[in-house]
Design a protein around this ligand. Structure first.
Ligand code: PLP
Length: 418
């Protein structure tokens, strides 16, 4: 068993908010390491296991380096993420490129860098295979299994833009035969938030069935979608049970297939979500006729998940953790509806208090923007009882640096604007 983790204390978090200012994202390295070990431990019966961390969840280079040091590979969805991975020290063969809807040109660029290629479109597969029959590729299959917590993040269903339908396998085989290309991997990613292991295993059976039709495989990639608890009572994916069941099935399949294949996963949320704490300060407490608003020095420009997906993040008052509980609606400073949590029971809030959003590791900073011309927050990594700044807070230069000003006073420009 993985040893019990020390959770960062409220005082440690408060000190970071004081030292680095707010708003600030804080990631606990020990939690990331714990999750990585939990996953590899659950699949210890598989001879060749590869975890490819999904960079898009949290793409800070120091986080990538931390996961690299644990032995992880990475899953990337853009050529820029590939470049980030290389910058962080990953070898090209430790990187898989799993984009959706990108140009052939971008895929060729990634292939040139030597990373593993995953193709999810018949047209691109045919073009790539015709031009580069010697570069093996993985194919992303859509098993049409509906699994997921929210219709925005269920990508396995029939009308999804992701993957090549299992009903199109004959077409894939035709392309492979015609181009003489090699398929080295089969992949699926059915969507985030997999609650039901049986659903996952069912989709896996479809993948095994597909895999049998390709003779040169090195790996089968089961994607991700592991659910983590966002609030008390939430169900999380039972990794240990999944590990037991899928490992056995995978090992049996390898025997049948006649080759020891690699079992790959590409979790994002599972590895980093719970490591993250987002610290903000309360600008004002505003009482209306029916509601008490806590107005904070942040908005959906920094943490969009509640407004975008309706996601829940626990919010706690680390400045007054033992204060009397009251009900608050926590809102941001963006000039449109910007609600982080409605009617939340939180320890009494005074102006200036520091609030902490839990589970702020995945899809939080990585989805942040400069909307309302605000700076994106700083990021801090808590590693071996010490706080390391891993991204500086932006400054006014970051808002203006790519803007090109027109001089409206000159005659030439006057003529232009007329
Ligand atoms: C986003 C993504 C993942 C990671 O999903 P999580 O729910 O964060 O684990 C894995 N694979 C692919 C192809 C993705 O696009």
């Amino acid at each position: 068993m993985v040893k019990n983790l020390k959770i960062m204390t409220e005082n440690q978090l408060l000190k970071i908010a004081q030292d680095f200012g707010s708003p600030v994202y804080v990631y606990d390295a020990e939690k990331i390491e714990g999750q990585y070990k939990r996953l590899t431990n659950a699949f210890k019966d598989v001879k060749s296991l590869k975890i490819n961390y999904a960079v898009k969840a949290l793409s800070n280079i120091s986080i990538l380096k931390l996961l690299h040091s644990l032995g992880s590979g990475i899953d990337t969805v853009s050529i820029q993420e590939v470049q980030l991975g290389l910058t962080a020290g990953y070898k090209p063969e430790q990187i898989i490129f799993t984009p959706n809807g990108v140009s052939l040109d971008e895929i060729e660029k990634a292939a040139k860098l030597g990373v593993k290629i995953n193709i999810d479109n018949l047209s691109i597969l045919e073009q790539f295979g015709t031009k580069h029959p010697d570069i093996p590729v993985c194919i992303r299959i859509n098993p049409h299994v509906m699994a997921g917590g929210n219709s925005n993040i269920s990508v396995g269903h029939i009308d999804s833009k992701f993957g090549i339908s299992i009903h199109q396998i004959p077409h894939i085989l035709r392309i492979v035969e015609n181009t003489k290309m090699t398929i080295n991997g089969i992949h699926m990613h059915t969507g985030s938030d997999i609650l039901d292991i049986e659903v996952f295993l069912y989709a896996s059976e479809i993948l095994f069935k597909t895999a049998k039709q390709f003779k040169n495989l090195d790996f089968i990639d089961f994607g991700s979608g592991f659910k983590v608890p966002y609030k008390a009572g939430d169900i999380e994916t039972n990794i240990e049970e999944l590990g037991k069941k899928l490992s056995k099935r995978f090992n049996d399949f390898c025997k049948e297939y006649g080759k020891e294949l690699t079992l790959a996963f590409e979790p994002g949320k599972f590895l980093v979500s719970e490591s993250g704490n987002f610290l903000v300060q309360v600008n004002a407490v505003k009482q209306t006729t029916s509601t008490v608003f806590a107005q904070i020095d942040s908005g959906f420009n920094h943490l969009i998940r509640p407004m975008f997906y309706g996601s829940h993040h626990d919010i706690i008052n680390i400045s007054n953790p033992r204060g009397k509980e009251r009900f608050y609606t926590v809102v941001g400073y963006i000039c449109e509806t910007d609600t982080f949590g409605s009617n939340r029971r939180i320890n009494e809030i005074s102006e200036g208090d520091v609030l902490c959003f839990k589970n702020a590791g995945a899809y939080c900073f990585s989805m942040a923007s400069n909307y309302n011309s605000r700076y994106r927050p700083a990021e801090v990594l808590w590693y071996k009882n010490q706080a390391y700044l891993i991204r500086k807070r932006e400054t006014f230069d970051d808002i203006t640096k790519n803007q090109v000003e027109v001089d409206f006073s000159s005659k030439k420009e006057k003529a232009l604007v007329k």
